[in-house]
Ligand binder design. Structure first.
Ligand code: AMP
Ligand code: MG
Length: 683
C-alpha cells in the first residue's frame, strides 16, 4: 500500500509528506518504507513487482489517489472516455525530476483548453503566478462535475481538481498516473475497477482515511496508515476481497472498501494470522528441555481468536482483547461504611456533643447539605452529604434530646470511603489478556463499563487417531480399545474456557486423516490430535504434517512424553499429542494449555505450584523433567504406584502432578518437591 505525494522532498531525513509504502503478507506488515521521491518510488515498486512475480506470488498494490476523473473529463481531453487514454496523456506530458516538475503549468494548460477558469484551481507555487490557474476559487468555473460518484459517498474526500493546499489530492493524480501508466505497461498490471483482475499484479485505488484516523502519537500518520491498510487488506479472505472488488465504475474509478467500511474496521481489529514458522526450534537441538520448549511456544504464538465488542453482562467468560478503562469511579462519591452519625472533621480526646439535624442519608439518596456544627443520621452505603466527612458508629453514640454524645478521639475521615478509593474513572481496571470471571465482571459492572472488547472463544478441534480405537459405549472386538483421549481432551478444553469441537476418530489411513484435519481446520482454529505423533510406520499425523512442509517434531526431554508433533494444517496450528492417555494428558496440561490460552488472547498462564514434602522415595535420572501422578495426603505428596503411561486409573487417583526437574535427584520422604494441583491448571 502506497501513500503517494505530489511534491518534492530534497531533505535528508524522513519527511512526513513524502511517499510511504508498506508491504504486508497474510495479515503481517513489514516496516513501512520511506520513499524520498517518485523516482525512488517507481524504482522500488518495479523491483518489488519483479521479485514477487519471480517468487510466484501475486501483488495487490494500492495507491491513495484517484485513478480517474469525474465523468466526461477523459473524453473531453483525449477524445476517448477511457481512463487509460488519460493515463497515457499525462504520462506524455508530465516532466518530473527530483527537484522540479511541471504539474501546475500543465493544469493551467488544461484549463486554457476549457476557457481558462477551471476545472483545476490552486496554484501552489509561492513565487510564480500562472495564467489559467488561480490561487483561490474566485472566478472559478468547472465545466465538469465537481466530484466522482465515489467521492459523493466518501465523507471528507477532496476533489481531484484542487492542486494545492492541505489535504489536496490534485497534484498526486498528475504525478502518480504517469508512474502507474509506465508500470502498467511494463508488467501488464491489471487496474481496478477498469479491468478484470485476472493477472498476478493489480493496482487499486485506496483512501486510508476512509476508515482510519491519524494513528498513535509519535508515529507519522502516512506511515501508520499505509501499514494499517496493508495489514488489513492482506488479512481479508479471498471471498471478502472478491465482494469488495465487485464494483461498476468504468470511467471514474472507485475507492477500495467504499461501502464496506464496517467490514474493513472489523478486519483491522482482528489478530494477525500465525506465521508458518511459529513452531520452529533452533537447529541441532536434540532433546529440548521443558522450559525451553515452553519459551519457544510463548514466543511463536499470538492470539488468533477474533475480536468483538460485547455488552458487559455478556462478557463474562471471555478474554479482554484490550485494556478496559473505568467509565465511573468506585465509589463514585464518598460514602459511609457503617450505620451511624456523620459530621465534619475529626475530634480529639474527651466527650463531644453535637446537635442532630432532622435529616437522614440512606444508600441511594442524592447528597444533601448538612448545616455547620451539626451531625446527622447516615446509613451504610449512603453518599456523604455536603458537610460530612467523618462518621461515628451508632453503637458508640448516645442520643438524647436531639443531641448525640460520643467519646473521642475520632479521626477525620473515620468510617467513610473516599470517592475513587477502589477505582478511578479513566484508569485501566482490567488488563488485556485477562479472562473475565466473577471478580472481573463485578469490577467492570461497578465501574460503569458498558461494552467490553473481547476475544471470541477459541474453537479447538479434537481428533483421536488409531485403527484400534472404538468410541466409548459401542461394541469392541478383540484387538480394539475404547477411545479414552478424546472425551478427556474435550473436557479439558471446556475447562480451559475454549469451545471443544469433536472430530471423532480417524483411522490409520493418510487420506482419511488428511480429510479429518481439513474438516477440523474449517470448524476450529486449533487442532489437538492424539496418537500417531512419532516416527513409526503408523504415525500418520507426523507424516502428514511433514508432507505439508509445516512440521517440527519436538523431542522434549520430558517423561511421560514421546515426541510432540507441532505443525500447521490449512492455517490451523496442530498439536500432535502422544497416544498414551497419561502422556496425552500431561502434554496437554504442560504444553497445549498455555499455548491454547495465548492463542485465545490470554496472557501466558503459569500453573500455581507449591513446595510440599515428598511422601515417597525415588531415584531420578538426569536429562529430562518428570511429571508424576500425585496427590496431597496429610500435607505430603504421594505418588501413584506405577509410572506406566497407559495407566489411566492413576490419573483419576491423582489430584495433581509432582514435577521433578531436569537434573538427577535422590528423593527420600520429607524432601521438598514441586506439587501442581490439577486445579491450578483450571481442571
Ligand atoms: P500411538 O501414539 O498412536 O503410538 O499410541 C500409543 C498408545 O496409546 C497405543 O497403545 C495406543 O493404543 C494408545 N492410544 C492411542 N490413542 C488412544 C486413545 N484415544 N485412547 C486410548 N488409548 C489410545
Ligand atoms: Mg497409533
Amino acid at each position: 500500500m502506497v501513500d503517494w505525494s505530489g511534491g518534492n522532498d530534497r531533505g535528508l531525513r524522513p519527511k512526513k509528506d513524502a511517499i510511504w509504502a508498506c508491504v504486508a503478507r497474510a495479515g503481517r506488515a513489514e516496516e513501512p518504507q520511506y520513499l524520498r521521491n517518485r523516482q525512488v518510488a517507481e524504482d522500488w515498486l518495479a523491483k518489488l513487482i519483479a521479485a514477487e512475480r519471480a517468487a510466484g506470488r501475486r501483488v495487490l498494490a494500492g495507491f491513495d489517489f484517484p485513478f480517474g476523473y469525474p465523468q466526461g473529463f477523459a473524453g473531453a481531453l483525449t477524445g476517448k472516455a477511457n481512463p487509460f487514454a488519460l493515463w497515457d496523456w499525462f504520462e506524455a506530458r508530465i516532466k518530473d525530476a527530483p527537484d522540479t516538475n511541471n504539474r501546475f503549468d500543465l493544469a493551467a494548460e488544461i484549463n486554457l483548453m476549457f476557457g481558462g477558469k477551471g476545472p483545476f484551481w490552486a496554484n501552489g507555487l509561492q513565487n510564480r503566478d500562472i495564467e489559467g490557474l488561480g490561487r483561490t476559487k474566485t472566478d472559478y468555473a468547472n465545466p465538469f462535475p465537481e466530484r466522482r460518484a465515489a467521492e459523493k459517498l466518501a465523507k471528507g474526500a477532496f476533489t481531484c481538481w484542487q492542486m494545492a493546499g492541505a489535504g489536496a489530492v490534485g497534484s498526486q493524480v498528475f504525478m502518480g498516473l504517469p508512474v502507474l501508466a509506465r508500470l502498467r505497461r511494463r508488467f501488464g498490471v491489471r487496474v481496478w475497477p477498469f479491468e478484470p483482475l485476472s493477472g498476478d499484479v493489480a493496482f487499486v485505488e485506496i483512501w486510508p482515511s476512509l476508515t482510519l484516523g491519524a494513528g498513535p502519537e509519535g508515529r507519522i500518520k502516512d506511515a501508520w496508515q499505509v501499514e494499517e491498510v496493508a495489514r488489513t487488506v492482506s488479512s481479508l479472505s479471498p471471498e471478502k476481497l472478491q465482494v469488495m472488488l465487485t464494483v461498476e465504475a468504468p470511467e471514474e474509478g472507485w475507492i477500495f472498501g467504499l461501502g464496506h467500511e464496517d467490514a474493513l474496521r472489523h478486519a483491522a481489529a482482528q489478530p494477525p494470522l500465525l506465521s508458518n514458522n511459529c513452531f520452529a526450534l533452533p537447529p541441532g537441538v536434540d532433546w529440548t528441555p521443558v522450559a525451553e520448549a515452553l519459551a519457544h511456544l510463548k514466543a511463536g504464538l499470538s492470539p488468533v481468536a477474533e475480536v468483538t465488542d460485547l455488552p458487559v453482562a455478556a462478557a463474562v467468560g471471555h478474554v479482554a482483547a484490550r485494556d478496559v478503562v473505568a467509565q465511573r469511579s468506585n465509589p463514585p462519591l464518598p460514602n459511609t461504611a457503617v450505620d451511624g452519625y456523620g459530621f465534619a472533621g475529626g475530634r480529639g480526646e474527651g466527650v463531644h456533643v453535637l446537635p442532630v439535624a432532622q435529616m437522614r442519608a440512606a444508600a441511594g439518596d442524592a447528597p444533601q447539605v448538612l448545616p455547620d456544627g451539626h451531625a446527622m443520621r447516615v446509613l451504610t452505603g449512603a453518599a456523604l452529604p455536603d458537610g460530612v466527612d467523618t462518621v461515628v458508629l451508632q453503637e458508640d453514640v448516645t442520643l438524647n434530646a436531639g443531641q448525640i454524645a460520643f467519646r473521642g478521639p475520632v479521626k477525620q475521615g473515620a468510617n467513610a470511603r473516599a470517592a475513587g478509593e477502589d477505582a478511578v474513572a479513566g484508569t485501566v481496571v482490567l488488563d488485556k489478556g485477562v479472562r473475565i470471571g466473577a471478580p472481573e465482571i463485578a469490577l467492570l459492572s461497578a465501574t460503569g463499563v458498558t461494552d467490553v472488547p473481547v476475544h471470541r472463544p477459541l474453537r479447538v478441534a479434537v481428533v483421536s487417531t488409531g485403527a484400534e480405537l472404538v468410541p466409548a459405549g459401542q461394541a469392541a472386538r478383540d484387538g480394539q480399545i475404547f477411545d479414552a483421549n478424546r472425551p478427556m481432551l474435550l473436557e479439558m478444553i471446556r475447562r480451559f474456557g475454549h469451545v471443544p469441537v469433536d472430530m471423532g476418530i480417524a483411522p490409520d489411513d493418510r487420506t482419511a486423516l488428511a480429510q479429518t484435519l481439513s474438516d477440523a481446520a474449517g470448524k476450529a482454529q486449533v487442532i489437538l490430535t492424539s496418537g500417531g505423533a512419532s516416527a513409526g510406520d503408523e504415525d500418520h499425523v507426523s507424516a502428514l504434517l511433514k508432507d505439508a512442509g509445516r512440521m517440527t517434531l519436538w523431542r522434549i526431554a520430558v517423561k511421560p512424553g514421546r515426541p510432540l508433533a507441532l505443525g500447521i494444517w490449512k492455517g490451523a496450528p496442530v498439536f500432535g499429542l502422544p497416544g498414551n492417555p497419561v502422556a496425552a494428558m500431561v502434554c496437554a496440561l504442560i504444553f497445549a494449555r498455555p499455548a491454547l490460552a495465548q492463542l485465545a488472547g490470554e496472557t501466558w498462564p503459569e500453573p500455581q505450584a507449591f513446595m510440599v514434602p515428598a511422601a515417597f522415595s525415588k531415584n531420578k535420572k538426569p536429562g529430562r523433567s518428570e511429571f508424576l501422578r500425585a496427590r496431597l495426603r496429610n500435607g505430603a505428596a504421594e505418588v501413584f504406584a506405577s509410572e506406566g503411561s497407559g495407566r489411566i486409573s492413576g490419573l483419576s487417583w491423582a489430584d495433581g502432578l509432582v514435577e521433578l526437574p531436569h537434573e538427577a535427584a535422590q528423593i527420600v520422604p520429607g524432601d521438598p518437591v514441586r506439587y501442581l494441583p490439577f486445579g491450578s491448571f483450571g481442571l
